[in-house]
Write a protein that binds this ligand. Sequence first.
Ligand code: SF4
Ligand code: SF4
Length: 372
Amino acid sequence: MQQLEMLIHQAQSLTANEQEVERMMQICNACRYCEGFCAVFPAMTLRLTFGKADINYLANLCHNCGACLHACQYAPPHEFGVNVPQAMARVRVETYQEYARPALFGTLYRRAGVAVVLALAFGIGLFLLLMMAINGTLLHPPLAGDFYQIFPHNLLAAMFGSVFVFSLCSLLFSVSKFWREISSGAGSLPALVETANNVLTLTYLDGGHGEGCNDEDDAFTLRRRRFHHFTFYGFMLCFASTIVATGYHFLLGQQAPYDLLSLPVILGTLGGIGLIIGPLGLLWLNLRRHPAHGDAAQKPLDRGFILLLLLVSITGIALLIGRNTSLMGVLLALHLGTVMALFITLPYGKFAHGFYRTAALLKWAIEKRSKA
Ligand code: SF4
Ligand code: SF4
């Protein structure tokens, strides 16, 4: 049944953006100048023709580093008009839409800016109203950082737990559908280790020579890789802080608030700082990016996610600073509202690109071993 689904998908006609990638891959396959830049070109050379699944796979393997655009003798204004990163970016967002589950929500990728604003308004409004309903006021005497006097622990666990599980399942369903359609074999330990290394170090943002990718011009820079690392590891530290705090609560019976030098607070603070430096840097680079890189229509998708991460970290640090004041409740509502907006939009925003790219990198690690 799955194979039949895959064959039907392969036989489907290509969209205009997929046809554009197919055209460029035919040119690149004859040229092959960029073979050492990233995984896209070696994966391309394993193919003579490019079906829908091949194109979706290659599009998600591309990290939009810009190296092949700046190196290309056939780039605009040449009549061939080869712009691989832009063509790949246009197909990537189509794959997010096509594989999104529930399918109805796939269109949110096209309205990412609006979706983020609506989710923020909903999240912040929800927690401010909840606070009024539970406490009857937005201001209160200092509570020594005891959040649960404002919002009961079980209420928060139920609200965030259910939204997080829904978002995670939705993402996993979407990416597993993508995986089934592009997959070419079973994984192995070496392939998994290589993929983990490529994801955790962002290997393909090094331009293939270690000097980095292109941003606003022909110069190579590692800034984008560094700011991605601050963002990714900042997010992971915040996640670790939540896990550790949950363990303290349920396993050790230690209730929040935790001391400033406790493990959950240290992890959360370091993560919050990373999540300020990384997104600020990525936003700065995004604003300066060469106009021919990527797809200008996807700027709201990129910037909406970056701004949401920034708001989560800024409100989190503000809450830490103001947790012994009578404004703690309002700061808490603002922080929880932005976190809720992030959770709601996780499967339908830029966050999804990490999952799709990881799947494409794993396929590449499997594929290159099977063809060796
Ligand atoms: S991007 Fe340009 S230079 Fe690179 S392989 Fe394709 S056609 Fe050749
Ligand atoms: S933009 Fe970078 S990652 Fe994408 S195909 Fe070109 S060289 Fe590879």
